[in-house]
Write a protein that binds this ligand. Structure first.
Ligand code: TA6
Length: 302
C-alpha cells in the first residue's frame, strides 16, 4: 500500500462515518461509526479489531496483550486466515494461517449505504513477497459492512494461468461473559476433527467449553449460535461458501504459553470460525473465484 493516511482520508473518508488514523504502534486503522454501530479495522490483515452495535456490549474480543507490530498477527478480532488454514500443508517453516493476516491490504472503496450501514472494501494482490511463500497469482477482496449486523465477504480470485487450492477462515474471536458458561448451538450430530489428538468424533448436543477445545467441524454450513447467559445475548453466525466451522478456546495451559494472550483471558473469548478448512479447501481454476461470507448478528437472550 502506498497511500498515506492523509490521502486515504481524502480519497475514501466519509464525513463522520469513516476515517483513517494511526493505531497502536502507528499501524493504520479505519475507524467506522454510524447510527447503528462502531467498528475498527486494521489495514494490516484487513483485520476487524472491534465491532459494537450501539447500546450493546462489544461483539469481538482482542487480547490486552495483543501485538500491533508490522508483520505480526494481532490476537483477536477477525483475522483472515488465507491461503492456508493452520500450518502450511507441506512446509512447517511457513507462517501459520498463511500471510493474508500479516499483509498490508489496500482500501479501495467506501460506501455510506442507504440502509445506514458503512461499507469498506480492501484488496490484496500477489506480490514478490507472497509468491515467495505461495507461488500463485491472486486477487482477494474483503468487503466489510458495519451496521446493526456485521457482514464479511471475501472474494478470492485466481488471476493466474494455473489452478490453485486454498483454505482459510474468518478466525473470529467473540467476546463472551464466561466461556465455561455458554453453549454453541448448530453443530449437534456433526462430525469434527479434534486438532488436539487427531481423532474424528461426533458432536452430541451443544458445544460446551470445559477445557482446551480445538475442533474443525465438517459439513457444518451453520447457522451457529453462541448462547451467552452471562451477557444475556445470542451471537448468530450465518455463512455462505463455507462447509466447515472451527471452535477454539486455548484454555489455561495454552493461554499461558502464548505471549500475546493473558493467562486468564481464555474465559472472556471463544473463536467460532467460518472456514474452508481441511478437506473443505477450495480449488480454483484460472479466472475463477470463490466467495466466503459471514453474517454476524446479536439478539438479547439468556
Ligand atoms: O483456529 C484454531 C487454531 O488453528 C488453533 O489451533 C490455534 O493455533 C489458533 O488457531 C490460533 O492460531 P494463531 O496462529 O493465531 O496463534
Amino acid at each position: 500500500m502506498t497511500e498515506t493516511i492523509e490521502t486515504l482520508n481524502a480519497q475514501l473518508g466519509l464525513p463522520v462515518q469513516l476515517s483513517f488514523g494511526p493505531g497502536p504502534s502507528g499501524l493504520p486503522l479505519a475507524l467506522i461509526t454510524n447510527a447503528q454501530a462502531t467498528a475498527t479495522v486494521a489495514l494490516q490483515g484487513a483485520q476487524l479489531l472491534a465491532f459494537q452495535p450501539h447500546g450493546e456490549q462489544p461483539v469481538l474480543w482482542v487480547s490486552s496483550h495483543a501485538n500491533y507490530l508490522p508483520g505480526k498477527a494481532i490476537r483477536g478480532g477477525v483475522p483472515i486466515c488465507w491461503p492456508w488454514f493452520g500450518p502450511h500443508p507441506s512446509d512447517p517453516t511457513l507462517p501459520q494461517h498463511g500471510f493474508a493476516r500479516t499483509s498490508i491490504w489496500t482500501p479501495i472503496l467506501s460506501t455510506a449505504r442507504d440502509d445506514g450501514a458503512t461499507e469498506l472494501q480492501l484488496a490484496l494482490r500477489d506480490s514478490a513477497a507472497t509468491r515467495a511463500l505461495w507461488p500463485h497469482a491472486f486477487a482477494i477482496l474483503l468487503t466489510i459492512s458495519v451496521g446493526s449486523v456485521l457482514q464479511l465477504s471475501l472474494d478470492i480470485h485466481n488471476t493466474g494461468d494455473e489452478p490453485f487450492v486454498s483454505s482459510g477462515a474468518f478466525h473470529s474471536y467473540f467476546a463472551v461473559g464466561d466461556a465455561t458458561a455458554l453453549r454453541v448451538e448448530g453443530l449437534d450430530g456433526h462430525h469434527y476433527f479434534d486438532q488436539l489428538d487427531g481423532q474424528t468424533r461426533q458432536q452430541h448436543g451443544p458445544v460446551l467449553i470445559s477445557g482446551e477445545t480445538d475442533r474443525v467441524y465438517r459439513d457444518a454450513p451453520g447457522p451457529l449460535t453462541i448462547v451467552d447467559p452471562l451477557l444475556g445475548r445470542h451471537i448468530r453466525i450465518d455463512s455462505a461458501g463455507s462447509d466447515s466451522a472451527v471452535v477454539w478456546n486455548p484454555w489455561i495451559e495454552k493461554a499461558q504459553r502464548m505471549a500475546d494472550f493473558g493467562d486468564d483471558e481464555y474465559r472472556a473469548m471463544l473463536c467460532v470460525e467460518t472456514a474452508n478448512a481441511r478437506d473443505d479447501a477450495r480449488t480454483l481454476a484460472p479466472g475463477n473465484s470463490h466467495l466466503l461470507e459471514a453474517r454476524i448478528s446479536t439478539t438479547p437472550g439468556a
